[in-house]
Design a binder for this molecule. Structure first.
Ligand SMILES: [Zn+2]
Length: 375
C-alpha cells in the first residue's frame, strides 16, 4: 500500500472577541426556532458549517432551560475545519483497491430511495406520536426496521428505555456475529425518529436510517471477523435520548470497551456540490482524515473534516471514549427544509446519499476483516 500524505486546506478561523474575558459558546442545537431566539441575545464570533460560536449579550443565568441546553462553553483550540485532499507521494498516487470498489458499487441510489420512501410513509415519527395514537408512525417504524433486519437473517430486538402512554420508546438493533467469535464490534447507526410532522423527516433522518438498512442488507451474506451492531436510534430529536440510553446499556453490560468504532449517519441526502462533512472530536482527527481518504477513493466525494462534535448520536459514544464520527451533508448548503414540514422525499439527492453510504461501507470493509475470496 502506498504511503499517502494528506494535504490540508485549512480554513483559517479568525475570532474577533468583543470581550476577551467572555466565554465562547458553541450552539449545539441549530433548530430554526432555537436559532432565532439565540440570535436575539448573542453576537456571532464564528459561523462556518456546523460550527456556530457566539458570545452572550445577557447573563447565562437568565436564559431559559431550553436555551441553556442549546449552548456549551467551547475552547478555541477544540475547533478546526478543513477540506481534505489526497496528494501525490513522489510519482505514486493512492488509487482504490478494485475488489473494495466493486463491493461498494453494489449500493445504489434507488435502493436508498426505496428505504426512505418506506420510512417516511409510516406517518409521524416523532416520539410524541407514541402518546397520541396507537398506530404512531414512530412505533410502526420501529417494527418495520426490525422486520427488515430479520428478513436478512439477523437477530434483531428492541431496546426500550421509556414507557409511553400508548407504546414504548425503543431503539432497534440487529447484530451480525463475528465468524471468529471476536468480541470487537463496529456500530453502524442512524436515528429513526423525526421532528413533529407527518410523513416528513425524509432527509432528517429517514436518509441516515436508510443508510443503516442498506449496509445491513449489503453485509448479510458476507462473513466478518468483527461483530457489526446495527442500531436505529430513537429520541434523537429530544436530545440524543435513545443513543444515551444505549451507551448506558453498553456501559452497564461491559460491552462499551469492545466497540472499536461507531459510524453515525444523520442527514445524508441533500446536496448539489459533492461536499460532505466528517465530524468528530480533536482526539480522533487522524481517524477522520483516514475516513476522508476513503470518501475520496470509494465515495467520490469532497470530504470536509470538522471538529468538535455536537448534536447527534455520535456524541454519547465520543463521551464514552469510543472512536466515532458523524457523516452529514455539507452544513453550509444543508436542506432548507431542516426541521420543517417540507422535509419530503422529493428533491433529495439519492446518488449523493449512496456515495456517503459507499464511503461508510468501504470503512467497514477495511475495519471488519472480511472473509472474501478472489480479492
Ligand atoms: Zn437528525
Amino acid at each position: 500500500m502506498f504511503k499517502v500524505i494528506l494535504v490540508f486546506t485549512v480554513f483559517f478561523l479568525s475570532f474577533t472577541l468583543a470581550n476577551a474575558n467572555a466565554n465562547n459558546w458553541l450552539i449545539i442545537n441549530q433548530d430554526p426556532q432555537i436559532m432565532s431566539k439565540i440570535n436575539e441575545i448573542s453576537t456571532t464570533v464564528l459561523n462556518k458549517g456546523r460550527i456556530h460560536v457566539v458570545t452572550l449579550n445577557v447573563p447565562y443565568a437568565k436564559l431559559t432551560e431550553k436555551i441553556k441546553k442549546s449552548l456549551r462553553v467551547i475552547k478555541l483550540e477544540e475547533i478546526n475545519q478543513y477540506q481534505l485532499q489526497l496528494s501525490q507521494s513522489g510519482t505514486q498516487v493512492e488509487t482504490p483497491i478494485p475488489w473494495i470498489k466493486e463491493l461498494t458499487k453494489k449500493i445504489t441510489a434507488d435502493s436508498i430511495k426505496n428505504f426512505v420512501l418506506k420510512i417516511v410513509d409510516q406517518g409521524n415519527r416523532s416520539t410524541g406520536s407514541l402518546d397520541s395514537a396507537r398506530a404512531a408512525g414512530n412505533e410502526l417504524t420501529q417494527k418495520m426496521i426490525k422486520s427488515y433486519f430479520e428478513s436478512w437473517g439477523y437477530s434483531s430486538n428492541l431496546h426500550c428505555y421509556k414507557n409511553r402512554k400508548y407504546a414504548k420508546e425503543c431503539n432497534v438493533y440487529a447484530i451480525k456475529k463475528a465468524a471468529n467469535n471476536s468480541k470487537q464490534t463496529i456500530i453502524v447507526q442512524g436515528h429513526l425518529d423525526s421532528v413533529n410532522f407527518s410523513k416528513a423527516g425524509a432527509d432528517d433522518n429517514a436518509s441516515g436510517t436508510a443508510g443503516v438498512l442498506e449496509l445491513a442488507k449489503q453485509l448479510k451474506d458476507i462473513k466478518t471477523n468483527i461483530n457489526i451492531l446495527f442500531v436505529a436510534n430513537n429520541g434523537e430529536e429530544d436530545g440524543l435520548v435513545g443513543s444515551e440510553a444505549y451507551v448506558e446499556l453498553l456501559t452497564q453490560n461491559g460491552e462499551i470497551g469492545n466497540i472499536i468504532l461507531t459510524i453515525n449517519m444523520d442527514m445524508i441526502a441533500y446536496n448539489s456540490n459533492n461536499n460532505f462533512e466528517i465530524e468528530t472530536n480533536k482526539e480522533y482527527e487522524e481517524l477522520a482524515n483516514w475516513i476522508g481518504k476513503q470518501a475520496i477513493l470509494y465515495g467520490e466525494l469532497n470530504p470536509i473534516i470538522t471538529m468538535p462534535a455536537w448534536g447527534s448520536d455520535h456524541v454519547p459514544y465520543l463521551d464514552a471514549k469510543v472512536p466515532s464520527y458523524l457523516s452529514i451533508e455539507e452544513w453550509d448548503t444543508h436542506t432548507p427544509c431542516y426541521h420543517r414540514s417540507c422535509d419530503k422525499p422529493d428533491g433529495l439527492n439519492y446518488e449523493y446519499a449512496a456515495k456517503i453510504v459507499r464511503t461508510n461501507f468501504s470503512v467497514i470493509i477495511q475495519k471488519a476483516d472480511l472473509e472474501i475470496e478472489n480479492r
